[in-house]
Design a protein around this ligand. Structure first.
Ligand code: CAA
Length: 401
């Protein structure tokens, strides 16, 4: 068993960390206070090559492995969750799913612009009345000749106002015996007539990021925009979530790291009775817990990255990593506030923002309740991961990718 990361991984970490420190963190407190997302960051991320991480060179990507995607997410979220969300949606939920499910023609058509950031990808599954219960979405896609006509509404869509195209899941057969078999996935461009979006205001966290609703009003997409076969939509969505949850799990480690670094610094700076508060055993207990969360969190996501590299199905493992790491990030941020005392309760220090941001990830991409149930079901033998119809290409990428 080899636990070593490669020099390429170190370079990826350094690049992403530098990007977060130089491009994400400056001005962040104001953007977060004002609920302003900075659209120019997408272009900067593209210029730094971040949007092409884990996409084969054949499609103008960086050709790095899947562990690299996790490392980028960890480092970006150490800066701010809004930057990691871009990777989750564009790279995890959208680009990797096109790589997994696209035909040769579709991959050639869509991936180069995604990998270079000329186009930004989004993901649209959730609806006002279907979150965890994803199979019960209502957005309708009706076949009409060589096209499908979409009508419906999606909510809690990251980059709703910015993404150029969305992976949309809709109902094509409302009478299917199994509801999952009645869903189909499409790539929908935002410049199609009948598309509109609206930002969601007043969020607890990820305030420097764009989240919204999108609407389809008799929107027509050609049949060649269908990803997978008719009836594959639920499986496409669930495999997208295998990638999205990976980015959320790895990003959560970035929150733990940021809280740990801020807390260690504060422990040295803040003195009680002439002594650093780091000398206090109850404070040390919280620091030690964060150290464990960081190291366990990395092991969990590195393993999933390795499973992606080697072409193994990892739905159970990524669910576990997402569940554990998001809980750990929330607890770490809570402890970091405790360590900072009253200063942790305002935005003079970043831990308050990490606390609010970490709460969202406990909910999105599978609530903690969904992951708890999944883990119990695997253990009890009620759920098992069978081989998939389409898998991600293994890494190193071959010419046939
Ligand atoms: N990859 C491919 N196929 C998969 C799959 C995967 N990971 N997981 C399941 N499938 C397939 C199964 O093999 C099965 O197909 P067959 O019938 O051919 O075997 C089919 O899909 C149905 O699977 P299940 O029986 O496992 O489905 P279920 O009904 O038991 O799933 C559930 C229930 C696990 C709760 C699932 O509905 C779920 O994960 N819900 C949570 C949805 C979620 O995470 N939503 C977040 C949306 S995104 C978001 O939050 C927005 C954002 O990012 C900002």
């Amino acid at each position: 068993m080899d636990f070593a990361l490669s020099p390429e991984h170190d370079l990826v970490r350094e690049t992403a960390r530098k990007f977060a420190d130089q491009e994400i963190v400056p001005g962040l407190r104001e953007r977060d206070r004002e609920h302003v997302s900075d659209a120019s960051q997408l272009k900067k991320m593209a210029a730094a090559g971040l949007l092409g991480v884990s996409i084969p060179a054949k499609y103008d990507g960086m050709d790095t492995d899947y562990v690299s995607l996790g490392i980028v997410c960890e480092e970006l979220e150490r800066g701010d969750t809004s930057a990691r969300v871009v990777m989750s949606v564009h790279s995890g939920l959208h680009s990797l799913t096109v790589l997994q499910w696209g035909t040769a023609e579709q991959k050639q058509r869509w991936l180069p612009s995604l990998a270079t950031g000329q186009a930004v990808g989004g993901f649209a599954l959730t609806e006002p009345n279907a979150g965890s219960d994803a199979v019960n979405i209502k957005t309708r896609a009706e076949r009409s000749g060589d096209e499908y006509v979409l009508n419906g509404q999606k909510t809690w869509i990251s980059l709703a106002d910015y993404a150029d195209r969305f992976l949309v899941v809709a109902v094509t057969d409302p009478n299917a015996k199994s509801k999952a078999n009645g869903l189909t996935a499409f790539i929908v461009e935002r410049d199609r007539p009948g598309f509109s979006s609206r930002a969601i205001k007043g969020k607890l966290g990820v305030r420097a990021g764009n989240t919204g609703e999108i609407f389809f009003d008799n929107l027509r997409v050609p049949a060649e925009n269908r990803l997978g076969d008719e009836g594959d939509g639920f499986r496409v969505a669930m495999s997208a979530l295998d990638h999205g949850r990976y980015t959320v799990a790895s990003g959560a480690v970035g929150i733990v790291t940021a809280c740990l670094e801020a807390s260690v610094k504060y422990c040295h700076d803040r003195k009680v009775g002439g002594e650093e508060i780091g000398k206090k055993q109850l404070v040390q207990q919280m620091i030690a817990k964060m150290v464990a969360s960081r190291d366990i969190g990395r092991l969990l996501y590195y393993k999933v990255g390795w499973m992606k590299n080697t072409g193994q199905r990892h739905t159970r493992e990524v669910s576990l990593a997402k569940w554990q790491n998001c809980n750990a990030a929330f607890e770490s941020a809570n402890d970091a506030i405790e360590i900072h005392g009253a200063y942790g309760f305002c935005d003079e220090f970043p831990v308050e923002r990490h606390f609010r941001n970490s709460r969202g990830a406990v909910i999105y991409e599978g609530t903690r309740e969904i992951h708890t149930l999944m883990q119990a079901e695997y253990e009890l033998g009620y759920r098992e991961d069978r081989p998939l119809k389409h898998t991600l290409p293994t890494w190193p990428f071959g010419p046939e990718v």
